[in-house]
Write a protein that binds this ligand. Structure first.
Ligand code: IPE
Ligand code: IPE
Ligand code: MG
Length: 270
């Protein structure tokens, strides 16, 4: 039994799938894919092999989300802080990201999956930017699950760019202070157009956000898995979904509160 009381270790994926309530799916699942290095270390392999093995897990989570009909999945693949790692590891990570996109693009199109990146891709090599844009254009018409990959991403960087954008518009006379609402901010972050994550998963047992989606996770349900990312398979994704479906979300209210209770006024009065 795990910490959420689900007595399911080792239960086959099919049985887990049957337990998922189709009407109560998270609309957006965000994942901090962590533990590749430790996975490799445990096998006496170079860290890069952990990242390579992590690609399998990306596929498993994307496939499972699409199979369940979850509209948005966001995967944290490379943070603005990950540039601090040894050059060889950084190079390998970008190489793997490119290979993944090249290899998966047809599958994405065939399965109606839309690809988009979040993060500051304007700072990347122009050749990298070109293939990322190509993948986004190629799947722009797909209406199934949106797969957002966070590349050169951090929440603080995203918020900083959004503020810079707002100040530039204000300086041009195109934005008034009262126009800046929570909705305006939502609409001008990289994640514009997607709902906030209902479920935030972090693998490898770490209890931190590491600068991921800082604005958007305000009310996300958090699921920490002890499993290292390369071992996070379809069954693990389903366990996280089932754990989410047991949560009681209150958004600051009371569970017994009648649904009709309205907020006194809009956010602008705050
Ligand atoms: C996550 O695995 C992948 C990235 C951050 C790119 P790590 O490489 O952080 O693995 P650990 O945390 O060192 O085990
Ligand atoms: C978070 O993992 C970033 C990604 C998964 C891309 P890290 O391994 O970089 O985070 P810390 O350093 O343990 O906080
Ligand atoms: Mg890590």
């Amino acid at each position: 039994m795990d910490k959420d009381g689900i007595a399911l270790p080792g239960t086959p994926e099919r049985d887990l799938l049957e337990l998922v309530l189709p009407d109560e799916l998270p609309q957006h699942v965000a994942i901090i894919m962590d533990g590749n290095g430790r996975w490799a270390q445990a096998r006496n392999l170079p860290r890069v092999e952990g990242h390579r093995a992590g690609i399998r897990a990306v596929r498993a989570s994307v496939e499972t989300a699409a199979r369940l009909g979850i509209p948005t999945v966001t995967l944290y693949a490379f943070s603005t802080e990950n540039w601090k790692r040894p050059a060889l590891e950084v190079k390998a990570l970008w190489g793997l990201a490119k290979n993944f996109i090249d290899a998966e693009l047809d599958t994405f199109k065939r399965n109606n999956l839309r690809f988009r990146t979040i993060g500051d891709i304007s700072r990347l090599d122009t050749s990298v930017q070109r293939y990322l844009k190509r993948a986004m254009t190629a799947t722009a018409e797909c209406t199934g699950t949106l797969v957002q990959i966070a590349l050169n991403y951090s929440g603080r960087n995203e918020i900083t760019r959004m503020i810079r954008n707002a100040v530039n518009r204000a300086a041009d006379g195109d934005l008034q202070p009262e126009s800046i609402t929570e909705q305006w901010i939502d609409d001008h972050l990289d994640t514009a157009g997607t709902p906030d994550p209902d479920l935030l998963i972090r693998t490898s047992g770490e209890f931190r956000l590491s600068n991921f989606l800082l604005w958007q996770v305000a009310y996300s349900e958090i699921y920490i898995s002890q499993v290292l990312w390369p071992d996070f398979d379809a069954a693990e994704f389903l366990k996280a979904t089932l754990s989410y479906q047991k949560r009681e979300r209150r958004f600051g209210g009371l569970s017994s509160e009648p649904a009709a209770t309205a907020a006194p006024s809009g956010e602008s009065s705050v």
